[in-house]
Design a protein around this ligand. Sequence first.
Ligand code: NAD
Length: 215
Amino acid sequence: MKDVYISKAVIKRLPRYHRFLGELAKEGVERISSNDLAEMMNVTASQIRQDLNHFGGFGQQGYGYNVRYLHEEIGNLLGLNKEHKMVIIGAGNLARAITNYYGFKEIGFLIVALFDVNEELIGSEIKGIPVRPLSELSDFAKKEEIDLAILTVPKDAANAAAEEVVTAGIHYIWNFAPTELIVDRKKVYVENVHLVDSLLELTFEMTTRPIKESK
Ligand code: NAD
């Protein structure tokens, strides 16, 4: 699995497969064909088969997929079979919103500390989680075995903060700052999040394929 190239497009679809299969499992559905899953998910059956073939297929010709098994296996691929400890760098508005969202903990992503450079914030808590000085990040990350850093600092501070993260030995950054981070890609993997991109995908539809109400 380690050396197999998986395109970003396939990886992006895995959480959606996982979510749908989770719903089916909850409803007690035991098996599903790629055709039925495709119809539910509004994709083609061949896309599902191609996507899952990257990971060995998971299905038996003619029998469809075992829902629970596939849900679990995709969950394993997404790292959902264990807990992940995360820290947030930059304890401002966005950090507050992320910390208050219960959904991360539900799937095993635990925010264990926030870090900031603002003396007024250091020592305070967000949802019971302490805001610590950035200077403590390295020691804390090593002691607590932190897997992932969420970067929610202003754009101008992002590269310096990312450097602190790398120095702390954290190899994965979920970056919300609107800038490309200049980091050693051999040491750290960066996943950028841009809410505006998602909004613009919507307005592309709005502009190019407007919904016309039939009268
Ligand atoms: P904010 O000003 O409320 O919070 C930023 C925090 O970072 C502050 O507490 C500040 O003291 C701290 N900080 C500054 N330099 C730091 C450093 N070197 N190390 C640690 N902490 C530092 O801002 P916000 O509204 O929470 O936004 C945070 C970032 O997220 C901004 O870059 C913003 O543009 C971005 N953002 C991105 C999206 C997205 O979709 N990607 C959405 C909203 C905001």
